[in-house]
Design a protein around this ligand. Structure first.
Ligand code: ADP
Length: 425
């Protein structure tokens, strides 16, 4: 009803013009025509302003009876409501005039007409709103700990309309903060991993300069340990470089047509001597008719090397590592690497591809692990739009299955043998 009066008020000018035209008409044509014109004008007004065709689209959500923002054009309200940025408009008493959908997602429903202090509860944001009311636009960090920790930058500014309105906008920085944290953790972990062998090497150098200088047997022993530690640093640096190279290329689609079986054989050939040291036998069983995959040959060799190497490292002494290659029902090419080692506890499985995560740090170090092998595997699989599935039973062994999309059949036009060309000379 109030809305209808508002529309009638907005229509005052056309109505007045209608009355003036009607007055003019009565002067020329008498009262009969005047009343006919007035009736016509009113009917037109009713049709245009009360039965608007655009109304269902333009009606602003949650428009209340005493809403001081009713002057805000409906289209603007709808646009504000759809904005992916959380927006709140407050009156001079710091009561909520308007919140858009994104802000309701952040702060929850039922905010209308509530005081800012009861819905925001953050002294810095409330101070920013108070300052904005004085005309000082500013921004402050704002975090919400529940249900999931989120971080925002809150911007408060006064909008110079009458009566004045204060706008509060939230800029979501959660993803940025999270990636900053990941980067910081990664640098801390990498430095720690490098510092440990470096400290050992430095310690042995000091000892060799001191009392072990003349002792040939001790010197030889220390040099061996230093060699092992230096090799560990080299492996770590190699893995760090691989990881950063693969991450850089992750969004570039690979282009080669690669046979999975020959790639697995290439990886196995490099690891056979290592497996032989522990008396482990590696077998490869490929089902017939497996199509190639679209991939990067070097990366796929590295992927299978890392997985088969792990199967050797964490497998049983004198055990078996078996690689089965085939095609699944949904046309994915799979390579499943089975070992008969100690297996992995179910709660550790989701964390295996995290950088530097190890189930048993001591065991991994003894075996020359860097904690980056499966992180590299995950990035290579992501680049190839594949999947990794891990099944394991404690005490029985594990199966790491790589699934890669099969390459589409080759374009027959490309592969067709060209017609012999006969040139008439
Ligand atoms: P690492 O260099 O330590 O082997 P990875 O990233 O390759 O690092 O693997 C992470 C951890 O996952 C390993 O430290 C190990 O605890 C566990 N893991 C990986 N593969 C196997 C496996 N086949 N059997 C048992 N545990 C495994």
């Amino acid at each position: 009803m109030v809305e209808s009066f508002a529309r009638l008020r907005a229509a005052a000018w056309p109505l007045a013009i209608g009355v003036i035209l009607g007055g003019a008409a009565v002067l020329f044509a008498g009262p009969g025509l005047f009343w006919a014109l007035v009736a016509l004008a009113l009917a037109a007004m009713l049709i245009i302003h009360f039965v608007s065709f655009q109304e269902p689209i333009l009606r602003a959500p949650e428009q209340t009876v005493d809403d001081p923002l009713s002057a805000l054009p409906p289209m603007t309200r709808v646009l504000l409501d759809q904005l992916p940025i959380p927006v709140m408009l407050l009156d001079d008493d710091e009561r909520v005039l308007f919140v858009n959908r994104s802000m309701r997602d952040v702060l929850g429903p039922g905010l209308d007409r509530k005081r800012a202090s009861s819905v925001l509860r953050n002294p810095d944001v409330l101070a920013a709103i108070a300052q904005a009311r004085q005309g000082l636009s500013n921004n402050v960090p704002f975090s919400l700990p529940v249900p999931i920790e989120r971080h925002y930058q809150a911007y408060a500014a006064r909008i110079s309309v009458s009566p004045s309105v204060t706008a509060l906008l939230l800029h979501d920085l959660t993803v940025v903060k999270r990636s900053e944290q990941l980067r910081a953790d990664f640098i801390a972990n990498a430095s720690h991993e490098l510092r440990t062998p470096l400290a050992a090497v430095s310690g042995f150098i000091e000892t060799l300069r001191g009392h072990a200088k003349e002792d040939e047997a001790v010197r030889g022993q220390f040099l061996d340990i230093m060699g092992v530690e230096a090799a560990r640093m080299r492996r770590l640096i190699d893995d760090l470089l691989s990881l950063s190279r693969i991450e850089m290329n992750e969004h570039v689609k690979p282009e080669g047509r690669i046979g999975v079986e020959s790639t697995v054989h290439q990886a196995v050939a490099a690891l056979k001597p290592l497996a032989a040291q522990d008396g482990i036998t590696i077998t490869v069983e490929a089902k017939p008719g497996v199509p190639p995959v679209i991939g990067d040959q070097d990366e796929l060799v590295q992927l299978f090397q890392n997985l088969i190497h792990n199967a050797i490292k964490y497998g049983r002494e004198k055990g078996k590592v078996q690689v089965v290659i085939g095609q699944s029902a949904d046309r994915q090419v799979f390579a499943a690497i089975h070992d008969d080692g100690e297996g992995i506890a179910p709660n550790a499985i989701p964390r295996l591809t995290e950088r530097f995560y190890r189930v048993d740090v001591k065991r991994s170090r003894e075996k020359g692990g860097t904690g980056l092998g499966l992180a590299i595997v995950k990035h290579i699989i992501n680049r190839h739009q594949g999947r990794l599935s891990i099944e394991s039973r404690l005490g029985e062994g594990s199966v790491f299955t790589v699934l890669l999309p099969a390459a589409p059949p080759e374009n027959p036009a490309k592969t067709a043998v060209p017609e012999p060309v006969t040139e008439m000379l």
